[in-house]
Design a binder for this molecule. Structure first.
Ligand SMILES: [Zn+2]
Length: 417
């Protein structure tokens, strides 16, 4: 099968001996092939540009439920859990996650068993079975995940932040799904959840997919394997999801929200919307700010608050929620005294932000960070193939391409310069 390949310029770490090739299949599926002669594990990750933000109104959690269902069985391998059984019997592991705009599936396996494992994996995107008997079982699995999340402060606070956002933005929605959203309520409305699932699966089009494949064979071998297995993924030219602006407007800002955690302790988080860092990935403005706000040396904001006996630690940085919106957060574990002075701490943080603004940008700080990043990038430790493919697939989606001939991928770490 003809495919576009070669003529690709990669920014590659100096310590990296692997070979890379970009492959665009005729069905518009973008692939990155990685050949590593020294590896004993092979791995693959597929990122589908459909996530929980695409859940239909009143069917919260459908994208996550679909993620579960694809694991179950396919027409080619109809045995229950055929895929996961094969992977675990051959020294591997598999998992998946649904985020707001994407769903990611990934696995690793002994390098000698890669072809068979990859064939089972490819069936997720070609002909999954999605049988009726799997439906209730997987709704129960989604529901038990939700019940577990209810006991986690991280999940609770995240949902609270979402809940306080603009109601007409998909960020506001509940994304995990539960027995209520996937079984009780659809039934009340006379909906057949399996049919809704099949309808939703139509969004899975090859033009919205990115695939990273990591094997020990040559690039030519990996290419012919990928071409033979993934060229059958249907391309229905779906339009990729675009967020309707920011999830917070003036009425959602300058709010103080107090919540009682499950695990005892005092935690303060100050967060505000920022332009996503990825839009300025070469300059890295949020990296610059998180370096200064998160600094722990003398004269730093943390040093002052710690000297006052109010906080035990401080983290600062921007999340990578979406290409369209993001939040910068400053989080601190507070002492009991800090809890009593919470508003004073907030005042100090904003005074410091004001100071940073007045002081302006210093080139020497940028240069120092750029050289640290550059060194870390070029001399990074080799990570497990499964971690490498999952990190790299996201870069494929978010780092802008520069046309066929000059297409670049920033492997794992984005350099500041
Ligand atoms: Zn799940």
């Amino acid at each position: 099968m003809a495919a576009a390949a070669g003529n690709v310029e990669f920014i590659r770490a100096r310590s990296d001996k692997r070979e890379y090739r970009r492959l665009l299949l005729p069905n518009a599926l973008e692939c990155l092939l990685i050949s590593d002669a020294d590896t004993d594990k092979a791995a693959a990750c597929m990122e589908v540009g459909v996530g929980s933000f695409s859940d239909p109104e009143g069917l919260e959690g459908l994208a996550h439920f679909l993620e579960h269902m694809l694991f179950y069985a396919s027409e080619k391998y109809p045995g229950e859990q055929d895929y996961t059984k094969y992977i675990s019997e051959h020294g591997g592991s598999s998992n998946a996650f649904t985020s707001s705009e994407t769903t990611n599936f990934y696995f690793d396996v002994n390098a000698d068993n890669f072809e068979e494992a990859l064939d089972r994996f490819a069936q997720f995107f070609i002909k999954p079975l999605m049988s009726q008997d799997a439906v209730l079982r997987e709704i129960k699995a989604v529901d038990s995940e939700h019940k577990k999340n209810l006991l986690s402060d991280g999940w609770r606070m995240h949902q609270l932040q979402k809940h306080l956002a603009s109601k007409d933005h998909p960020y506001h929605k509940f994304s995990t799904g539960s027995w209520e959203t996937l079984e009780t309520k659809p039934k009340e409305r006379g909906l057949d959840i399996r049919l809704e699932l099949l309808k939703f699966y139509e969004n899975y089009s090859a033009n919205l997919m990115h695939l990273v494949v990591y094997g020990k064979e040559s690039l030519d071998c990996i290419q012919s394997l990928v071409e033979s297995l993934f060229s059958h993924v249907k391309n229905t030219d779906q339009i990729s999801f675009k967020c309707p602006s920011q999830p917070l407007s003036a009425e959602h800002l300058q709010l103080l929200v107090k919540a009682i955690p499950i695990i005892e302790g005092n935690y303060l988080k100050i967060s505000w919307p920022v332009t996503p860092n990825i839009q300025f990935y070469k300059e890295g403005p949020c990296r610059y700010l998180s370096h200064l706000i998160g600094h722990e040396g003398e004269g730093s904001i943390f040093h002052i608050i710690k000297e006052l006996g109010w906080a035990m630690d401080l983290v600062a940085g921007a999340g990578s929620d979406s290409n369209e919106y993001s939040f910068f957060s400053v989080g601190m574990r507070l002492t009991d005294a800090g809890h009593d002075h919470m508003e004073d701490i907030i005042g100090l943080v904003f005074k410091y932000l004001h100071l940073l603004k007045e002081d302006g940008i210093h080139e020497w700080i940028f240069d120092e960070l750029a050289s640290i990043n550059e060194t870390e990038f070029h001399y990074q430790d080799k990570v497990h193939p499964i971690s490498y493919v999952t990190a790299t697939v996201s870069s494929m989606r978010v780092v802008p391409t520069r046309g066929m001939a000059g297409w670049r991928i920033i492997a794992v770490k984005v350099c500041a310069k």
